[in-house]
Every structure is written in C-alpha cells, then in structure tokens.
Design a protein around this ligand. Structure first.
Ligand code: FBP
Length: 233
C-alpha cells in the first residue's frame, strides 16, 4: 500500500490544494493511513528527511521523472542516483519506463543499471511500467506485456494501470510471475468507484496499490486509506 506523491513533478501543482501542496501533509497521511511506503522525488526526500524518518513509513525514492510540459514521444530520464537514494534513507527505488516509446531502449538501459546497483545495496526495485508512445495503446493487453518485462528486467514490484477487466489483470499478474503487481490509481474518482477498483484488483491477484490522487485529494484521506486497508488485508 504505497502512497505516491510525485505528481507535483509529473503534472504540476495544478493537482494540489492549499493543504496537500505541503509534503508534511502527505507524510502525516502516510503515517496515519498506515501506508507501507511513500513515494517522493529526491528533493522532497532531502528537505523533509527528518519528518519522513520520524514517521517510520518506508521511503521509496523515484529516480526519474518528466514534466507534462514536454510533448512528443514519452521519455523520462534518471535524475537521482541509487547512491543518493541510499544516502537519503530509501528502502526502495522507483523508475518509470514507457514501453513502446522510441526512447524505451534508453530507459531500459538506465533501469538495468539501477536494478543491479539497488539490489547490490539491499534496496527493493519498483518499476512504473507504462506502455506509451506514438504507436502504442495503454490497455489491459499491453499492461500484461509491461508486467512481464518487469519480471524479466529484475523488478521486485511492477506498477501498472488497471483498465477495468479483472480477466486482463489476472493475466498480467500471471505474466509477472514472482514480480509483484501493484496498481496505479489515476484521476480522483467519486463515490465508491475507487474502493470497488481496489476490490477488483485484489480479486485479480494484485499485491496492492501505489496510488496518490484518490487518497490525498480526498477530503478524508485517512478514512479512505482505512477502507483500502480493509480490502487489502
Ligand atoms: P495516481 O494514483 O495519482 O494516478 O498516481 C500514480 C502515478 O503513477 C504517480 O506516481 C505518477 O505521478 C502519475 O501516476 C503519473 O501519471 P501519468 O503518467 O498518467 O501522468
């Protein structure tokens, strides 16, 4: 149950309100919501190190990122080293690959090096696996492919999207073998939609979630986290 908070980088502060724009608010939600990991970029991990440590929530540092001001083929390059993540107290590192982008080979290469270095340092490795590019559709089928490549590249956990089919997700989970599958949340939804999705993905055999907006954009984030926990455990 990972709380993702790299959207300020990926989408911009347009995602935030007065409260959740503050990383301290997210650290508090992660702690009170009993998340098993919180995802930050290195800048937040460094500036809020003391509070993150005190929260005792395991830290996942995202090693690459891109803004959505960049148009064209999807590419996200490494901007934080494994060494820096270790220094900042990370328990795991995360990295996004856009499979099918014309730059996928560069991202695969970077991830290959990260995986070796992180495992040698005793960190877990999480792959954000998104099929994305001019000629690629992001759907249940391509997600299974992305999940499989996660296993083959040595990720411990692969994070993929969910497109509404339990059957497709079951196949993605099977394709990922011993690499655990977690699901991204997407845009904030209303009513029970999010919790119903959590139900579905657990039925499909996913290990859990790595979500952001459906938690911290809610008026009662800790309550939503509790409902999620009740489904997962
Ligand atoms: P959300 O649950 O808020 O969608 O977060 C999951 C996540 O993978 C984030 O870690 C990341 O910032 C974002 O989605 C990227 O979304 P996209 O690539 O669709 O813009």
């Amino acid at each position: 149950m990972f709380l993702a908070y790299d959207q300020g980088f990926e989408h911009g502060p347009i995602e935030f309100n007065d409260k959740n724009v503050d990383p301290l608010n997210i650290i508090e939600i992660a702690q009170k919501g009993k998340f098993t990991g919180v995802v930050f970029q290195k800048g937040i991990a460094e500036k809020y190190k003391k509070e993150i440590k005190a929260s005792k929530v395991p830290l996942i540092i995202k090693l690459n990122g891109k803004t959505n001001l960049l148009k064209g083929e999807a590419v996200s390059r490494q901007e934080c080293s494994v060494k820096e993540a270790v220094k900042l107290g990370a328990d795991a590192v995360g990295y996004t690959i856009y499979f099918g982008s014309k730059f996928e080979n560069e991202m695969i290469k970077e991830f290959g090096n990260i995986e070796e270095e992180a495992h040698a340092a005793g960190l877990a490795v999480i792959l954000w696996a998104y099929p994305r590019g001019k000629n690629v559709k992001e759907n249940g089928k391509t997600m299974a492919y992305a999940a499989r490549v996660g296993l083959e590249l040595g990720a411990d956990v692969v994070k993929i999207g969910y497109f509404g089919s339990v059957k497709d997700l079951k196949w993605a989970v099977k394709s990922a073998g011993r690499c655990k599958v977690v699901i991204a949340g997407g845009k904030k939804t209303k009513g029970m939609k999010f919790i119903n999705m959590v139900n579905d993905i657990m039925k499909a055999g996913a290990a859990g979630l790595a979500v952001g907006r459906n938690i911290w954009q809610d008026k009662q984030p800790v309550e939503v986290a509790k409902s999620v926990r009740e489904v997962i455990w």
